[in-house]
Design a protein around this ligand. Structure first.
Ligand code: HMH
Length: 184
């Protein structure tokens, strides 16, 4: 569904990051909520790892380790902005968490494809925002490094399919997440 990909990866939030017109409050909302999301994603990925076939273990372990590092990176970013990361999860964050929880009951292959969609959409989204206006360059760079693109390729290689209803569902949640950050 190209339209969902487009909406998830070319959202006005990302254009505003590129152009330097994003309100600080929108960025800070995104930062605090994405910190919560990454914690949820790490827990989901650990559960997926627990039932992964042998061939998918390396990429899932490497990704989980990267998510732990990412949590520390979020905490540093928040520190630098004097932003409190203790704000409660907003409805879009909670809804995305529920999708991740539901993936526990999906077949491994389908859950793996959904994980790929989570990461692929982020890669494409931040590529769209690149290089980013000055205050946001470091954030854009974080998700547009060759290492992250390689990770997304490795996830794809461990997937039996790169499409399906769960991919569309992921994209709907990605769109809602940007909308939340924009206060909509
Ligand atoms: C909302 N989607 C969202 N946040 C993220 N950090 C990623 C995907 C990639 O990990």
């Amino acid at each position: 569904m190209p339209n969902l990909w487009e909406r998830a990866t070319k959202h006005p939030f990302l254009a505003a990051v590129r152009e330097g017109t994003l309100p600080t409050a929108a960025f800070d909302t995104w930062l605090a909520q994405d910190h919560l999301f990454v914690g949820d994603l790490l827990r989901f990925q650990a559960r997926l790892l627990a039932r992964a076939p042998r061939a998918a273990q390396p990429v899932l372990v490497a990704g989980a380790a990267a998510l732990v590092g990412e949590l520390a990176w979020f905490e540093e970013l928040a520190d630098g902005r004097r932003l409190d990361l203790g704000s409660p999860a907003q409805p879009a964050t909670l809804a995305y968490r529920r999708l991740l929880d539901r993936l526990d009951a999906a077949r491994f292959d389908d859950a793996m494809t959904a994980l790929w969609a989570v990461e692929k959409s982020y890669l494409e989204a931040w590529r769209f925002a690149a290089p980013g206006a000055e205050p946001y360059r470091e954030v854009v760079a974080h998700w547009t490094t060759p290492g992250f693109a390689d990770y997304v390729d490795c996830l794809a290689a461990a997937c039996s399919s790169l499409a399906g209803p769960l991919v569309d569902e992921v994209l709907v949640h990605e769109i809602a997440f940007w909308e939340m950050a924009c206060g909509r």
